[in-house]
Ligand binder design. Structure first.
Ligand SMILES: *Cc1c(COP(=O)(O)O)cnc(C)c1O
Length: 401
């Protein structure tokens, strides 16, 4: 190490845009569900790079695939074909279950959603030029670009950035009557997270998405399900929508898709994707060989039954443990929510202090929406790892109860 932690903080503060409320820790490397700081202190990682490190840190097949691909070719233009991109697209199209599915790769979640929004607009306005309304949910999160900010139903993220792209209307997540009232023949798309992540881990009522699907069919509106956080096996099925017995017209992925190498994707059913012609959309880096080589490893590992079974088993175990904490600390914990390994604990007060305290005790967790502890660990965590985290929480929570 050339610099001390304090020097690194100072360099960052002098040179980096201060948009992240960073924690005072410099991470150095990771292994499985653990990360290590510059002093060799070990942390159990229940954030997983924000739902990114799905196969864990330093996963050998992933590291090897990236290293091998880097030696062959890191990047080539999308003006040419590559085998790794074709393979990744085929795997994702097949997994989606969408009719005649077509895939497009970008570099991030926001880009995946931008592509989905553009495609929905092109598809709908080719039928009726006024069919532009995109209905999104309050407390949603779809990204930080201008259109995905407009799609994000949290006013505080919009402040200071107007004017945002027009045509977005907001409705409460889970309220089917409100959605039905808002929709008409002019509705271009309904865009939802299958399970809301950043907004505080909100799971929809059981029959909600089926009814949304029916409304979209009735008005010929495109159903876009953003699975950037809740997809990639996180709920125990590859896509979360599989558990609700429906299929979207477009779905988006990013975060875990290449296990940490930047990538994003939208998958659209063929009839919708056909609205895009050569030149309508594109990307310089999107789906480049390095990212696709990584994605191929993840797309082979995650759909395996044993992998998904682990998510279900460990997720259910962890939810039980969190519910036991709620029983024990009723004044502190208001609600426990989630499915598989996207779990949220709503507190009666802000959660940052608890996150800080866990960090000093060697556990990385996260707080979102101010007062919701969010657990989105690598999907390879075990019950023993959960016990280890629970020991930390048992030490920390009494100080906040
Ligand atoms: C993280 C996230 C995004 C944005 O992804 P970026 O890669 O940060 O652009 C969009 N939608 C959801 C549901 C997310 O969790």
């Amino acid at each position: 190490m050339h610099e001390t932690d304090e020097q690194i903080y100072a360099i960052d503060h002098e040179n980096y845009v201060p948009v992240f409320a960073r924690y005072d820790i410099v991470l150095d490397h990771g292994d499985g569900v653990y990360v290590y700081d510059t002093h060799g202190k070990k942390y159990i990682d229940f954030l997983g790079g924000i739902a990114v490190n799905v196969v864990g840190h330093n996963h050998k097949p992933l590291v090897d695939a990236v290293a091998e691909q880097a030696k062959k070719m890191i990047h080539c233009s999308n003006l040419y074909y590559t085998e790794v991109q074709a393979d990744a697209a085929k795997k994702l199209a097949t997994l989606s279950g969408l009719d005649d599915a077509k895939v497009f790769f970008g570099n991030s979640g926001a880009e995946a959603n931008e592509g989905a929004i553009k495609l929905a607009r092109k598809y709908a306005t080719s039928k009726d030029k006024d069919k532009i309304q995109i209905i999104v949910a309050n407390m949603s999160f779809h990204g930080r670009t201008m259109a995905t900010l407009a799609a994000t139903g949290q006013a505080h993220y919009h402040e200071g950035f107007g004017p945002l792209p027009a045509g977005f209307d907001y409705v409460d997540f889970g309220d089917i009557d409100a959605l039905a009232k808002m929709m008409s023949g002019k509705t271009c798309a309904v865009m939802l997270e299958t399970i809301q992540g950043e907004g505080g881990v909100h799971v929809p009522p059981d029959d909600y998405l089926k009814k949304v699907r029916t409304l979209c069919d009735k008005y010929d509106a495109v159903l876009i399900l953003d699975e950037i956080q809740c997809g990639m096996g996180r709920t125990g099925t590859f896509f979360a929508y599989e558990q609700y017995g429906i299929k979207p017209d477009i779905t988006t992925l990013a975060k875990g898709l290449a296990g940490g190498v930047p990538i994003g994707a939208f998958v659209a059913k063929g009839a919708v994707a056909a609205a895009f012609h050569a030149g309508d959309h594109g990307s310089t880096f999107g789906g480049n060989p390095l990212a696709c080589a990584a994605a191929n490893v993840v797309l082979d590992a995650v759909p395996q039954k044993s992998f998904l079974d682990n998510v279900k088993t460990v997720g259910a175990y962890m939810k039980e443990k969190l519910e036991a904490l709620k029983e024990k600390y009723p004044a502190l914990i208001k609600d426990v929510r989630g499915k598989g390994l996207i779990l949220g604990v709503e507190l009666t007060k802000p959660g940052r202090g608890i996150v800080d305290a866990c960090l000093s005790e060697g556990a990385i967790i996260n707080c979102t929406a101010g007062n919701v502890l969010r657990f989105i660990p690598p999907l390879i965590v075990t019950k023993e790892n959960v016990d280890e985290l629970m020991n930390v929480m048992e030490n920390v929570l009494p100080k906040f109860a």
